[in-house]
Design a protein around this ligand. Structure first.
Ligand code: PEP
Ligand code: MN
Length: 339
């Protein structure tokens, strides 16, 4: 249920509403709007009528049900898009597009630093790089693990770029959380509910990737797991879904951007690298993402894609990434965004 406060309702009135919600056995989540606050009361659906009685409290305008199964992620609870800080100076969900770029996997200091310097020079504001890699084969390179996190930390201190890196296993949340600015949940873990809950409690921004077979509703329910633990900083990432088509690694569901934006206030970004699997397709899909209303992109860039230990065929060379960024600036203007 959503408890809509009156314009100018006092802090004491808001506190009383929160107290009553908790007494009734529900969790309250306050969404601060420009003109008024709303309080989401989430919990057992069966007690809706009891919550309706909060309508009589001073400062309450009305109490309305949230119809969608995803409550805190929905537009019903928050009509305007969420805009929040990913790291100092990097906002997502506002006018400025956020481009995250870097190698699929951290391989060495030289590789990571050279990628980071190049992507920063081209205008990326977040460095990506996997230290824990969820590989389809147990015989493939699994990542440098903590050594990789240390390299990310070192390169961040040299370049100033905040880092997004994946946490694969719930037992590593604390470790990865010590290094990462943004915690990435990969496609394969989108319904690892134990992991999602832990990230909800950790409180760092989460980049949540859509699974290859996840519906939009399932995707938003996964986001809800994080939000319902009290962490409101969730970025949704469409990275391609599995279809009958084999010309591309996955099929980029570009319509997921406007669909998610209709249903949810959360920022949405596109990963054109994993969506297509081919470096030559990254540029057109990046432009399409901006045209569709995405809030940003995450792109794989490697100083020597032919030597990459992971995802070389879809990785851009630094000079090609710079060309994509230059063109993206033109598309951004048309889309009413800044880059
Ligand atoms: C990645 O970003 O390196 C990755 C493994 O992506 P996904 O989870 O989308 O496959
Ligand atoms: Mn990859």
């Amino acid at each position: 249920m959503i408890i809509v406060m009156k314009k100018g309702a006092s802090d004491a009135q808001l506190a009383e509403v929160k107290k009553r919600i908790s007494e009734l056995g529900y969790q309250s989540h306050v969404i601060h709007g420009e003109t008024r606050n709303v309080v989401g009361a989430v919990g057992d659906e069966r007690g809706k009528e009891i919550l309706q009685s909060l309508e009589v409290l001073p400062g309450v305008e009305n109490v309305v049900p949230i119809l969608k199964p995803f409550k805190l992620a929905s537009r019903e609870i928050r009509a305007e898009p969420s805009c929040f800080e990913l790291a100092p100076g990097v906002m997502i969900g506002g006018d400025a597009l956020v481009v995250m770029a870097g190698p699929c996997a951290v391989e060495s200091e030289e590789q990571l630093l050279s990628a980071a310097i190049a992507v920063k020079a081209a205008g990326a504001t977040v460095l990506r790089g996997g230290a824990f890699k969820p590989r389809s084969s147990p015989y493939s390179f699994q990542g440098l693990e903590e050594e990789g996190l240390k390299l990310l930390d070192r390169v961040r201190s040299v370049t100033g770029l905040p880092i997004v890196t994946e946490v694969v296993n719930p037992r590593d949340v604390e470790l990865v959380g010590r290094y990462a600015d943004i915690m990435q949940v990969g496609a394969r873990n989108v319904q690892n509910f134990a992991l999602l809950k832990m990230l909800g409690q950790l409180g760092k921004p989460v980049l949540l990737k859509r699974g290859m077979s996840t519906t939009i509703q399932e995707f938003l329910m996964s986001a809800e797991y994080i939000l319902s633990e009290g962490n409101q900083r969730v970025v949704l990432c469409e990275r391609g879904i599995r279809t009958f088509e084999t010309a591309t690694r996955n099929t980029l569901d570009i319509s997921a951007v406007p669909v998610l934006k209709e249903l949810s206030h959360l920022p949405v970004i596109i990963d054109p690298s994993h969506a297509t699997g081919h470096a030559s397709l990254v540029a057109p899909m990046s432009y399409a993402a901006v045209a569709a209303g995405a809030d940003g992109l995450i792109i794989e860039v490697h100083p020597h894609p032919e030597l990459a230990s992971c995802d070389g065929p879809q990785s851009l060379r630094p000079e090609d990434f710079a060309l994509v960024m230059a063109k993206l600036r033109e598309y951004a203007v048309v889309a009413g965004r800044k880059l």
